[in-house]
Design a protein around this ligand. Structure first.
Ligand code: NDP
Ligand code: GDR
Length: 357
């Protein structure tokens, strides 16, 4: 194919410094894309998840990855970036993504996660690129909230249970509306929880694997958690970013559930992580007085602390990704035990190298 006829492969990723942004950048660079990412100005470095890409051949030595300062609350910067980059695909991953924090930062979460999505869609229209850009929106299983059916599909009604989920509900519908109103190629990926060694430290899986690694190495005594009975459908982030890309390679823009199809409790995640380091946990007590003890020694290793409870909880989530499987043959490769192992091994290694981490 002549150079001029090749489809342009230029991606813009908002939230490139986050867990998913870093895996997606790797994935797209490997596919030959030029990758542009929006980063926020911070008082300390916030690019640790992508430094390995930026500092080598893809980055500042004239490579295919470029970072730009910007923010989802600043429309003018979004317009400037889109008009100069002219991306062929935009992945909107930027968000205040912590559900519990959204109860404290409700207005800001709405600004970034809800109105921010609108700003980005309008910036595409302002640049008159609405018929050229394909748009991916990071929608979430949190939209189902108080679930109306099990498992959840693309047709299950939404019932958000946090300011975060309400902001994401607005984003979901504005994407659908712009698709219908302006014929934009815009898709919602309704992704269920996905984790990795790059997961933020305050999400429950990473909090557990970091805590267990520290206990195993004698750097900590006990792990404090909230609702142990909450159940989630957990997959590996690496598998899930591939699904984001696949959605944008289809002939028609549609919304897809991406999930593992398996559900486990926080309690099970704790048990499996401790098992990885040879500790069996037994549970005693009830509610906020419940503790997890080492079976062999009786030492308390897990405590419940109500400061980690949410005013309204999402008790369970279980996704049915058959539509994605049928339409573009997506299915997760990493199993639940493999996910726990990957995260545990990485955190043990990290804590050995840097006990202060
Ligand atoms: P992270 O919290 O790891 O990353 C969020 C990213 O958004 C970071 O790069 C962050 O920048 C950036 N960001 C936050 N606020 C702004 C802002 N005002 N302007 C510009 N950028 C901003 O999230 P994940 O990678 O886990 O998730 C990616 C997306 O997918 C999010 O939208 C999340 O809500 C959604 N999602 C995640 C799921 C999951 O299980 N991980 C499941 C379903 C949806 P900085 O590094 O500077 O903080
Ligand atoms: P979630 O993830 O709210 O599902 O949102 P998180 O890991 O924060 O919580 C999962 C469940 O674990 C319970 N839990 C705890 N949670 C945290 N963070 N800390 C604790 O100590 C703790 N103890 C128990 C929670 O109550 C909850 O039920 C994530 C985010 O990535 C969102 O951005 C994304 O949209 C959804 O997943 C899908």
């Amino acid at each position: 194919m002549a150079e001029a006829e090749k489809p342009r492969k230029v991606a813009l990723i908002t939230g490139i410094t986050g867990q998913d942004g870093s895996y997606l950048a790797e994935f797209l660079l490997a596919k030959g894309y030029a990758v542009h990412g929006i980063i926020r100005r911070a008082s300390t470095f916030n690019t640790s998840r992508i430094n390995h890409l930026y500092e080598d051949k893809f980055g500042h030595q004239g490579g295919r990855m470029k970072l730009h300062y910007g923010d989802m609350t600043d429309s003018s910067c979004l317009v400037k970036l889109i008009s100069t980059i002219k991306p062929s695909e935009i992945y909107n991953l930027a968000a205040q993504s912590h559900v519990k924090v959204s109860f404290d930062l409700s207005e800001y979460t709405a600004e970034v996660d809800g109105v921010g999505t609108l700003r980005l869609l309008d910036a595409i229209r302002t640049c008159n690129l609405q018929n050229e850009v394909k748009f991916y929106q990071a929608s979430t299983s949190e939209l189902y909230g108080k679930v109306a059916e099990i498992p959840q599909t693309e047709k299950t009604p939404f019932y958000p249970r946090s300011p975060y989920a309400c902001a994401k509900l607005y984003a979901y519908w504005i994407v659908v509306n712009y698709r219908e109103a302006y014929n934009m190629f815009a898709c919602n990926g309704i992704l269920f929880n996905h984790e990795s060694p790059r997961r933020g430290e305050t999400f429950v899986t990473r909090k557990i694997t970091r805590g267990v690694a520290k206990i195993h190495l004698g750097q900590a005594e006990v792990l404090e958690l909230g609702n142990l009975d909450s159940r989630r459908d957990w997959g590996h982030a690496k598998d899930y970013v591939e699904a984001m890309w696949l959605m944008l390679q289809q002939d028609q823009p549609e919304d897809f559930v991406i999930a593992s199809g398996e559900m486990h409790s926080v309690r099970e995640f704790v048990e499996m992580s401790f098992k990885h380091v040879g500790i069996e946990i037994v549970w005693e007590g009830k509610d906020t007085f419940e503790v997890g003890k080492e079976k062999d020694t009786g030492i308390v290793r897990v405590k419940v602390n109500e400061r980690y409870f949410r005013p309204t909880e999402v008790e369970l989530l279980l996704g049915d990704a058959s539509k994605a499987k049928k339409q573009f043959n997506w299915q997760p490769k990493v199993t639940f035990p493999e996910l726990v192992k990957d995260m545990m091994d990485a955190d043990i290694d990290l804590m050995k190298r840097n006990p202060q981490a």
